[in-house]
Ligand binder design. Structure first.
Ligand code: DP6
Length: 355
């Protein structure tokens, strides 16, 4: 067990801190923001309230760079409808509707009625279980509030992002982040920064095991699990303890304990998906091969563990020194098309410049 390394404040916005004032060179009505993806070490799966988008369980994540989304928002006096493009393409109606819901909240808070042009670019594969909704809605929330002239605390920004996508609440902060479970009537739920990115020199090697978009999104699948998996009540009951195990292992920089807690949470989440009706199976042959490769490495003494989200890719968390070995082993694993490397990164940033 290692001693805690640093007592520095998290590498992210302080919840009480306000956004920087609008830079002089940026016109009123437009802003751009960049947010990084995150992966949950203790998973969120299931809502206590679907309308308010409140998670039924706590989750704990690490924000990852360079996996990021950049989003620009322009409130345009000449536009008569909101327009949303993702990676240069007009987004499908369901995705547009979720963006419009965020814009509506922002317009309401700012007391404006203008329609917006939103352009978003993902710097990693979209919709393939790499948490693009997390970085996407965190970047959108930051850009839209800044463009509307609002100056929200990081906690208020996180609560806004959470209303669109719960994992997005976590991407507002850098480093290691917790999103508590929520209950209706308990106030506006936001994520909390736990430890700075510098706390532990970890890397994440993502094994890409399929191309294209996933078959079923996390929202639909987790609602299905809540409604149909007989294991759902046990999942909710054990989630607080599971999240605590991850938090304690992180605080102590105890990799062995972290690996056990991370894999238990991920496999339990996938057990819920698989026992839903109809069953949801995100795993591809390459996913299973990668999970076994990680186990072999760990049995050989390499500090690495695996976690999976609502998609087939395997995210392998390792200590920095093990990264090259992990990457080599995964690259040689059948069914792994490519690998991406990420490290703990910063929270959302409103960046200069109109599009
Ligand atoms: C498997 O945040 O995408 O990635 O709140 O409905 O938008 P909504 O769900 P979303 O779910 C993420 C689920 C997960 C686990 C996690 O990130 O904690």
């Amino acid at each position: 067990m290692n001693p805690p390394k640093s007592t520095n404040p998290p590498n992210s916005m302080n919840p009480a801190q306000k956004h920087e004032p609008r830079p002089k060179s940026m016109s009123a009505g437009q802003a751009r923001a960049r947010a990084c993806a995150n992966i949950a070490m203790a998973k969120y799966w299931g809502k206590s309230d679907a309308d308010l988008n409140l998670p039924a369980v706590p989750s704990l994540s690490v924000t990852l760079e360079p996996l990021s989304t950049e989003t620009s928002v322009v409130f345009d006096p000449s536009a008569d409808a909101d327009v949303f493009s993702l990676d240069g393409q007009t987004a499908p109606p369901a995705e547009r509707a979720r963006v419009v819901a965020v814009l509506d909240r922002v317009r309401h808070q700012a007391g404006i009625g203008l329609r917006a042009r939103v352009e978003s670019v993902n710097h990693f594969p979209t919709g393939a279980g790499l948490a693009s909704s997390a970085s996407g809605f965190a970047a959108l929330s930051a850009a839209a509030t800044a463009a509307a002239g609002l100056s929200l605390s990081a906690a208020a920004l996180s609560a806004l992002a959470r209303s669109a996508s719960a994992s997005a609440a976590r991407s507002v902060f850098g480093g290691f982040v917790k999103l508590p479970a929520g209950r209706p009537g308990q106030g506006d739920l936001a994520a909390q920064p736990l430890l700075p990115a510098s706390h532990w020199d970890l890397s994440v090697v993502v094994a890409i095991t399929a191309r294209g978009r996933k078959a079923i999104g996390s929202r639909t699948a987790m609602n299905l699990s809540r409604d149909t998996s007989r294991y759902y009540p046990a999942w909710v009951e054990g989630a607080e303890a599971s999240c605590k195990r991850v938090a304690e292992a992180l605080a102590a920089r105890d990799f062995r304990a972290l690996a056990a807690a991370v894999e238990e949470s991920s496999l339990a989440m996938h057990a819920l998906a698989m026992t839903s009706s109809p069953p949801v199976l995100y795993w591809q042959p390459g996913s299973v091969a990668a999970l076994h490769a990680v186990r072999r490495l760990r049995d050989a003494g390499v500090p690495v563990c695996a976690t999976m989200d609502a998609g087939p890719h395997v995210k392998c968390i390792c200590e920095r020194d093990a990264r090259d070995r992990v990457r080599r082993a995964l690259s040689e694993t059948p069914g792994v098309h490519e690998t991406l490397v990420a490290v703990p990164g910063p929270g959302v940033r409103v960046t200069l410049g109109a599009p």
